[in-house]
Write a protein that binds this ligand. Structure first.
Ligand code: G3P
Length: 221
């Protein structure tokens, strides 16, 4: 399973990239709104900061409701950074989103269909030509459903039918989500930076470092 970072914050993106584990970045209207910057400028800044990742998701705005509106926005977004092929258009799982997915896929543009909450939605998105489908596990857990189970069902379905759309486990809230979606067969987890940092931690690692340091100091003295 690969790691994407789920943020539009440049400091967090740069720190995660330096850790050497990043394969992509996902943003959404809520994440970009938090940053108070112009959307297209931020996507370009991200593309420049993470030169060798496979994908940077740029979502159509909530103002785009019809397929025509989504396609028009997408056609502008794919021009960013001189038509950078890593720009992945993120569309919501609606009929208009599916139509937009087909339109973009035919042009060779990568699409990430977001706000997936059922296996059927994932299958539809894949058949429309999505490169990525994004089930939101945390939000399912919030309503007492099993987000990880959804990821594992989608992974099984894609395996049975030889579907090569990649599953991005999204709405990841804590390290145990990461372990469980990796075991469930997600291709990618998109994770907030705080959770990426949590993944690096274990109290015994800290204790081990302290003990090595103490023993080293004693020996040197
Ligand atoms: O990747 C989707 C994510 O941004 C939503 O996460 O925590 O708002 O459900 P959350």
């Amino acid at each position: 399973m690969k790691f994407f970072i789920d943020t539009a914050n440049m400091d967090d993106i740069k720190k995660a990239y330096k850790m050497g584990v990043l394969n992509g970045v996902t943003t959404n209207p809520s994440l970009v709104a938090k940053e108070g910057v112009k959307f297209e400028d931020r996507i370009e800044e991200i593309l420049l900061a993470v030169p060798d990742v496979e994908s940077v998701s740029a979502e159509v705005t909530p103002d785009a409701i019809t397929a025509e509106q989504m396609m028009a926005e997408a056609d502008e977004l794919i021009k960013i950074n001189n038509g950078d092929k890593r720009v992945t258009i993120k569309v919501p799982m609606t009929e208009a989103g599916l139509e937009t997915t087909r339109y973009l896929a035919k042009k060779g543009v990568k699409v990430n269909v977001t706000l997936i909450f059922t296996v059927n939605q994932a299958l539809l998105a894949a058949r429309a030509g999505a490169s990525y489908v994004s089930p939101f596990l945390g939000r399912l857990d919030d309503i007492s459903e099993d987000g990880v189970l959804l990821v594992s069902k989608i992974a099984e379905l894609f395996r049975i039918h030889n579907i090569d759309s990649q599953i991005i486990a999204a709405s990841v809230r804590h390290p145990d989500h990461v372990t469980r979606v990796a075991m469930a067969g997600a291709d990618i987890a998109t994770i907030p930076f705080k959770v990426i940092q949590q993944l690096t931690k274990h109290p015994l690692t800290d204790q081990g470092i302290e003990k090595f340091a103490a023993d080293w100091t004693k020996a040197v003295k």
